[in-house]
Design a protein. Sequence first.
Length: 268
Amino acid sequence: MTATLHQLHRPLGSTGLMVSPLGLGTVKLGRDQGVKYPNGFSIPDDEQARQLLALARDLGINLIDTAPAYGVSEERLGPLLAGQRDEWVIVSKVGEEFENGQSRFDFSPEHTRFSVERSLRRLRTDRIELVLVHSDGNDLEILRDSGVYQTLAELKREGKILAFGLSGKTVKGGLLALEQGDCAMVTYNLNEQAERPVIDYAAAHGKGILVKKALASGHLAPGEDPVRRSFELLFRQPGVGSAIVGTINPRHLTDNVRTVAAVLTGSC
């Protein structure tokens, strides 16, 4: 019998959202330029994408991660999720735009509101469960000076988003993001563990943590089952809600789910 995550959903901090311990990242549904993976890939067509989403649902994944910077990911997800919107927790972002092969950043209140309302249209939905600030690395300056968090708080009060936070790159940024918001997305894997204090803070204060690059974007060192060791490392931390994995390979997705289920249930 195929292992699934249906019985292993968990709260994302105190957001009120229940999420699967693995989330599906969708950069590969919308963009194949400027992505940091060791192997090339082809963007799946609509039927392949539909099958991947159906498999994710069958495996008990309910968290889907997208962003305006992921090319046409949001536009594709809108129609692909038609009729099943309530079965998904959608995470999107603000701040980064990807145009003509280049990223540019805008964290102003005006662009933040424009971006969220555009994402709502693209995703064909009336709310986005979680919106994260897509940092350029200047986490503290963005949170203190741009007005982006204040605008996201307004959008939350309006019911257009249910929670907000930061996908950042620094410990200080992650801590400030959690003090003033609901969730942080951090890098944490066998190779990079500098943001551990953010995870610990979240666990102590009932805040949400999503992990990006959980498998080091495919750059894990060889050894005894690096994927298993990665997930053991992650889920040893009580603050971790879910790890985002951006695979478009059905077998990899199934294998990752099996491994996470084994780690979380203590089976071999």
